[in-house]
Ligand binder design. Structure first.
Ligand SMILES: Cc1cc2nc3c(=O)[nH]c(=O)nc-3n(C[C@H](O)[C@H](O)[C@H](O)COP(=O)(O)OP(=O)(O)OC[C@H]3O[C@@H](n4cnc5c(N)ncnc54)[C@H](O)[C@@H]3O)c2cc1C
Length: 452
């Protein structure tokens, strides 16, 4: 397999680095190098440096995207790990199936979804992606191919689910899909006047649905501090659609529009963000009654702008996602949002979701509580000290941050946030003592090597 060097980055475009990349065409070519280190990369939709490696090589899995089998009795799809959610939707929505868990973009690989153990808007009901994986095939450091599942090699399975590609290369995944009657969602919006009400709505049974998420106006002040619009929805039944819909399962994928290379800088200035937030808040709050939405619009609104990460310019941006347990959420999230306001920074998109119980992935991010996501442009050298301060608040309130989004957390902070790291490290050492699988993220956080 030939290799070449190229500049790559995560979705946040920070950091950037030159890596040696290899691209297997067939599963049998997906083998670790005899010497040196490697990390698998799916679609590069993690934000920081999880799928980058300046010191080793990066294995692009995009050509490993064949569907191998589909059993429609339980609804289990067996596919190569480079297959994307977009490809699954295209092929299976018209047949009445949908991924049980999907992140906010469909341009992610199934391997990336297992490795980050991604969550959707339904975590409070169905858990993470890993909960819906029946089996994976993993290529280990010695080249051995191992089948792992919650029943077989289960320690290795749960170290790989959320293990950020550091236990091996996932080549194959058996994924359970859920049946749907239509390709539409019945959605409904509910404005919340402030932070307390935002959290209350997310907890209220009457407002619960298959999928819920709140979009928060992080720049509202005074009595409106923490106001949001709760957006909820469920897969529409045929009986819920207007009679004129003749092909209820038709999957229409809109062509994404691209952002021009030079986007006006004022857009990201606090007043530009404030204007956008205010307009968006009023526009979304108006949609009160239930309405029919396409799955595309409901699940993947950002995908409609092809390369929206370019909005942030060449310096890129950091997405900060944390979770704070419910008991401390009111105080913890208020402190974070107050700190953000004090810093004079503005997050273009601020999202609040409720998580259900913690899963079994040793390094999986979701744990019971509320998760807040901020998008912050790389404008000045004060950003990282500011985020360190947010880390302290999160840690003090028993929470953690999401590795798939991060680009700068300190190793000791990460270890304090992930109490099962030592357990994970023992499994990592048992299957990869020479630390063959490593990334820039792993080196930043000292995640490889023998446990100390
Ligand atoms: C617009 C947007 C919205 C998002 N919304 C959400 C969300 O709602 N919920 C959520 O949880 N995440 C969300 N994410 C993050 C995204 O789902 C994850 O980062 C996911 O891992 C990206 O998949 P990928 O194929 O691009 O992986 P990459 O970014 O290429 O890699 C991510 C990690 O997976 C590992 N990996 C990839 N393929 C393999 C493989 N075959 N074998 C072993 N390891 C592998 C890599 O080594 C790396 O550690 C979002 C990202 C974007 C850009």
């Amino acid at each position: 397999m030939r290799s070449k060097t190229m500049e790559i980055s995560g979705w946040g475009r920070y950091p950037r680095g030159v890596s040696r990349v290899v691209r297997p065409e067939r599963m049998k070519e997906a083998v670790p190098p005899r010497e040196g280190q490697v990390i698998a990369r799916g679609q590069g939709r993690s934000y920081g440096q999880a799928a980058m490696s300046a010191d080793g090589s990066v294995m692009l899995t995009e050509r490993l995207n064949r569907f191998l089998d589909f059993d429609d009795r339980p609804g289990v799809l067996r596919a190569e790990a480079g297959s994307t959610i977009a490809e699954v939707l295209e092929a299976f929505v018209p047949r009445g199936w949908f991924p049980a868990v999907t992140p906010g973009t469909k341009f992610v690989s199934l391997g990336g979804c297992v490795a980050a153990d991604v969550h959707g808007k339904n975590h409070h009901r169905v858990g993470t992606f890993g909960n819906h994986v029946e089996e994976i095939e993993l290529v280990l450091a010695d080249g051995q191919r191992k089948r792992c599942s919650p029943q077989q090699e289960k320690e290795l399975f749960w170290a790989t689910v959320g293990g950020m590609g550091l236990t091996g290369i996932i080549t194959e995944i058996a994924l359970r899909l859920i049946p749907i009657e239509t390709a539409s969602v019945i959605a409904q919006h509910h404005p919340a006047r402030n932070l307390d009400e935002s959290l209350e709505l997310l907890e209220k049974r009457e407002f619960d649905d298959e999928y819920t998420v709140a979009w928060l106006d992080c720049l509202a002040r005074g009595e409106s501090f923490g106001r949001s619009v709760l957006m909820r929805g469920h897969h529409a039944k045929i009986s819920e659609l207007p009679a004129e819909v003749k092909k209820p399962l038709e999957w229409e994928s809109a062509q994404p529009r691209n952002i021009p290379a030079s986007f006006p800088g004022w857009f990201l200035k606090p007043w530009g963000v404030s204007l956008f937030n205010r307009l968006y808040y009023f526009a979304q709050s108006k949609k009160k009654g239930p309405f029919v939405s396409s799955c595309e619009k409901f699940f993947y609104p950002l995908d409609r702008l092809g390369n929206w990460n370019r909005l942030y310019g060449r310096r890129g941006f950091v997405q900060y996602q944390c979770v704070v347990p419910s008991v401390h959420a009111r105080r913890g999230l208020r402190l974070i949002l107050e700190e953000l306001a004090r810093s004079g920074r503005a997050s273009f998109l601020t999202v609040l979701k409720r998580f259900g119980a913690e899963g079994q992935g040793l390094l999986s991010f979701p744990t019971e509580g509320f998760t807040l996501t901020l998008d912050l442009p790389m404008t000045d050298s004060g950003l990282f000290p500011f985020l360190d301060r947010l880390d302290e608040i999160v840690l003090e309130h028993g929470g953690r941050i999401y590795l798939a989004k991060d680009a700068r957390v300190k190793g000791e902070t990460f270890r304090a946030m992930y109490p099962r790291f030592a357990e994970w490290q023992l499994i990592k050492a048992a299957v990869d003592l020479s630390n063959c699988f490593s990334s820039d993220l792993a080196r930043l956080l000292a995640m490889g090597g023998a446990p100390t």
